[in-house]
Write a protein that binds this ligand. Sequence first.
Ligand code: DGL
Length: 266
Amino acid sequence: MNENNPIGVFDSGIGGLTVAKAIRSLLPNEGLLYFGDTKHLPYGEKSVHAVQEFSKNIAFFLKQKNCKMIVIACNTASSLAYETIKNECPNIEIVNVIDPIVKHITNNIDKKIIGVIGTKGTINSNVYPQKIKSINHKISVKSLATPLLAVMIEEGFFNDKISQAIVHNYLKDPALEGIDKLILACTHYPLIYEAIRNFYPKEIDIIDSANQVALHIKDVLIDKQLLTHQSQKHRFYVSDYTLSFERSAKFFFGEDINLEEVSSIH
Ligand code: DGL
């Protein structure tokens, strides 16, 4: 595998750009090949089988594009399709967005109550409580599915009155009572960080996975001698082109993105 090959990053939509941005800022030479599966959004509402099929097809596409690593920048796909992708691409490094944050959380606290919000797919999979408790059984985990949030963000509602009202309505749910920390277990949610932050007093930490994932990626690339030393370009693909996706992607990623549609992904 050549060190100058791109890192493949995928999500159902724009959420994975929060991870792509963290990778770009930690590893500015790396070339990212981003894929947003806008045709099948939202993943959080789909069956396990469907998410596995979508993820498998994208992994195949990224493999064909010679990616040296695939980052599953989506909690739903990380929860439901990590093993599927590993089987599909045995010779490529596969990174999910859950393990680095679980490692970070369990290293840094004891006897705490952690809240987790994410899509129905992620929350129903129970992957966060299982992984956290298998490392530190003293931590208790309270989870809540917040299915409207990713869709609302894709529709362009972030950090305004509408998003604030929906976020507050979810967060006041008794299921999250008494938490010390909140994990944003959906890569879309850092885009509404302000609305979530406004709900809680400042003693409550709000944690997203992007920086931990980027640090983990750096370690893996160093370990496998795959870190590039020449500045590479980024490329952006979607399974269904829309102008609103292009606008939001430009806004969040902060550079002139040229989106290409890949119609062969089913
Ligand atoms: N960004 C994705 C995640 O982290 C999910 C959004 C969706 O439902 O498609 O789970």
